[in-house]
Design a binder for this molecule. Structure first.
Ligand SMILES: [Mn+2]
Length: 335
């Protein structure tokens, strides 16, 4: 893994690259934040005279706790074209980065590097080098890079990396082979476990709770013996709503959000046993559905998202839109 990263560093040095941009997915979660912050530190540590900028379209509430602990300058807009290289981190395609027309704003031959743990996407073929491992968090990939390259991790970065791992493993419900030893290592290097935990504790906002409750009144239930699939719609907070439907008892949930007139976001969640028994990966399914509906999608085995923009084939009414998506979803899982 670090060999691949050393090749990246070699390119940055050899081409005397001055301006590096690191991008992650929109609505960046703690794993995304911990990964980009640690990647920036690692590049600056290994390459002299380089300027590394973090481009993050939007961050979730918990991520803001990480940023108030470790201050970083964030670019929420992307307009200039003066990058010499760019990284995708905790994301593996341009659409999920969320900046409009990013593709056209990037110079053609710009070296692209990807460090990620999501299920594969065709865009990864465009990368000059990529480190993509199907493990529980990108933060764990980052820690391994530091370890293998023998670069010590500053205590504050170790703390946010713990927060990133806690978030993506859902506090150790999902685990990779080395998750515990990696967290142990982070604590040994000065990471503060309690502080990391407290960064992830944020009471739900009133609007998030209202979204969950409204969604609950609009739930449609599909029985696919022995499983229960629940669908609903909201204007926003779709991933929180999708999680809450699983907590209510669904094996799988599909939630449509329509934050503005021509944008649709769909969140998918399922239990581990639903994914295993149906031999499916929600990340692949949402990618396939997005190709079908004209959008972008991706994620993991039990959690995924999809963005589509309004098109003429998409029904007008929310209920119909949702029915169409559920229909395609059910066909996809029966494949
Ligand atoms: Mn992640």
């Amino acid at each position: 893994m670090s060999q691949e990263f050393s090749k990246i560093i070699h390119i940055l040095k050899q081409k005397k690259i001055k301006n590096v941009g690191i991008f992650t997915h929109q609505n960046a979660d703690p794993d995304a934040v911990a990964s980009v912050v640690s990647l920036k530190y690692l590049i600056e540590h290994l390459v002299t005279n380089v300027s590394v900028k973090l481009y993050i379209k939007s961050s979730n509430t918990l991520s803001k706790n990480l940023f108030s602990f470790r201050k970083e300058q964030i670019c929420e807009e992307f307009s200039n074209q003066d990058l010499d290289a760019f990284f995708l981190c905790d994301v593996n395609n341009l659409k999920q980065v969320g900046f409009s027309d990013l593709e056209s704003k990037l110079e053609k031959n710009l070296p692209i590097f990807i460090i990620d743990h999501h299920s594969d996407h065709e865009f990864t073929n465009r990368a000059r080098h990529s480190i993509i491992l199907p493990i529980t968090s990108t933060a764990e990939i980052m820690v391994n890079l530091f370890k293998e390259l023998k670069v010590s991790i500053p205590a504050d970065i170790a703390t946010i990396l713990i927060a990133g791992i806690l978030f993506d493993t859902r506090r150790f419900i999902h685990l990779s082979k080395f998750t515990f030893s990696i967290v142990n290592y982070l604590i040994d290097t000065g990471g503060d476990y309690e502080n990391a935990l407290s960064m992830l504790q944020s009471p739900l906002s009133v609007s998030e709770r209202i979204a969950r409750l409204k969604a609950a009144t609009r739930v449609r239930i599909y029985k696919d013996d022995p499983f229960i699939i629940a669908s609903s719609y909201v204007s926003t907070f779709e991933s929180s709503v999708a999680r809450s439907l699983i907590e209510l008892g669904a094996n799988c949930s599909i939630v449509l959000a329509n934050p503005n007139i021509d944008e649709y976001r769909i969140s998918f969640r399922c239990t581990k046993s639903f994914a295993e028994k149906n031999n499916l990966n929600l990340g692949d399914i949402s990618n396939n559905l997005a190709l079908h509906l004209g959008g972008s999608g991706g994620g993991h085995q039990t959690a995924a998202g999809m963005n589509i923009s309004k098109n003429k084939d998409f029904p007008e009414k929310k209920e119909k839109q949702l029915e169409l998506i559920v229909d395609l979803f059910l066909k996809e899982i029966k494949k």
